[in-house]
Ligand binder design. Structure first.
Ligand code: AMP
Length: 317
């Protein structure tokens, strides 16, 4: 499969790389790293990485303006469904490729490579570069490491396999990037967010069957001087709470007139529930978007039921 992907990249001179809306480090880093790798290997090709920029992840690099797009090859990274492709119309291209590590949702590209057991899209790109004539350098290696580390929550999940560690070791050996410095970029945050984290710890509600959740209204967003993505961005900090099997951040986003929801689990599968609420994602890490806090409560109720079933099945309690 890597050979086919490489041949398609080799064939087209104008390449656009896109990824999912609601950008995260894996999506953005894989996009920018693949762009650099293609340009390093084929200096005459024009490659654009497009999508909405994110101030929070600006250390990863800047995206391109979509004005000068020649619609030849589109590569969509880290995106399982068409509706979540950011900032471009798939039908405009001669040929399209998808590379993703989410569970399969739908086929929407001509050529698709899905490795849903893989820690991250960045890990796939590491492997892809390793097995083809695509070239890499330190900057590419740094980006791929950052995306992988972010999506695996620093190698915390079973999606990190011996292959994951081998790839990281190989890249580290070859490109000698500074892990501590990279982690500073990834995890540095303002005191306002730490204070919000304190609020969440103090006020998290826990349902009968171990669903921990917090509702952050726009007033709280303003009071803590954070933005509507802040609470969701710290969802991984609430792992390992004895009484909590599933945890949820629910934040009012006045600007976009939605309620943002981030969900994590250490047992019950949650992505099929997220799908019911205009969302989706991985078995144990998903997101959703609803219109009201009442709708969010219905989601909590569904998650509580899933947690109840899980606990019954596993007799964990
Ligand atoms: P997040 O909580 O934003 O880090 O997202 C966790 C996972 O769920 C990622 O793989 C996202 O791509 C996916 N995800 C988040 N929000 C949505 C959504 N509204 N629809 C589908 N997938 C989502």
């Amino acid at each position: 499969m890597y050979k086919k992907l490489y041949q398609a990249i080799k064939k087209y001179d104008n390449i656009v790389i896109a990824r999912h809306i609601g950008v995260d480090p894996d999506a953005l880093a894989s996009q920018l790293a693949l762009k650099e790798a293609i340009q390093l290997t084929f200096p005459t090709k024009k490659v654009l990485a497009i999508g909405n920029n994110s101030i929070k992840f600006r250390y990863l690099g800047k995206l391109d303006k979509p004005e000068n797009i020649k619609h030849e090859l589109l590569i969509v990274l880290d995106t399982p469904d068409k509706r979540r492709v950011d900032a471009t119309d798939l039908d405009d291209y001669l040929y399209s490729i998808k590379i993703d590590h989410h569970p399969f949702v739908e086929k929407f590209c001509d050529l698709e490579y899905i490795a849903d057991k893989c820690s991250s899209t960045c890990e796939i790109i590491m492997d892809f570069i390793k097995h083809t004539k695509l070239r890499a350098n330190k900057s590419i290696a740094e980006k791929l490491f950052l995306g992988l580390a972010a999506d695996s929550n620093r190698f915390l999940f079973n999606s990190c396999t011996p292959k994951t560690f081998s790839l990281v070791a190989e890249y580290l050996q070859k490109y000698k990037f500074d892990i501590a410095q990279l982690y500073q970029k990834l995890y540095m945050r303002p005191i306002s967010e730490v204070r919000l984290q304190g609020y969440i710890s103090e006020n998290m509600q826990i349902t009968e069957h171990g669903v921990g959740y917090i509702k952050i209204t726009n007033d709280l967003v303003n009071k803590y001087n954070v933005d509507s993505a802040s609470s969701g961005n710290m969802i991984n900090n609430f792992n390992f709470i004895e009484e909590v099997y599933v945890w949820v951040s629910i934040t009012e986003d006045i600007k976009n007139d939605i309620i943002r929801i981030n969900i994590r689990s250490r047992g019950p599968e949650i992505n099929f529930i997220a799908e019911k609420y205009n969302g989706g994602g991985h078995k144990y890490a998903s997101g959703a978007r609803v219109k009201t806090f009442e709708e969010a409560q219905l989601l909590i109720d569904d998650l509580d039921q899933a947690s109840k079933d899980y606990l019954k099945k596993t007799k964990e309690r």
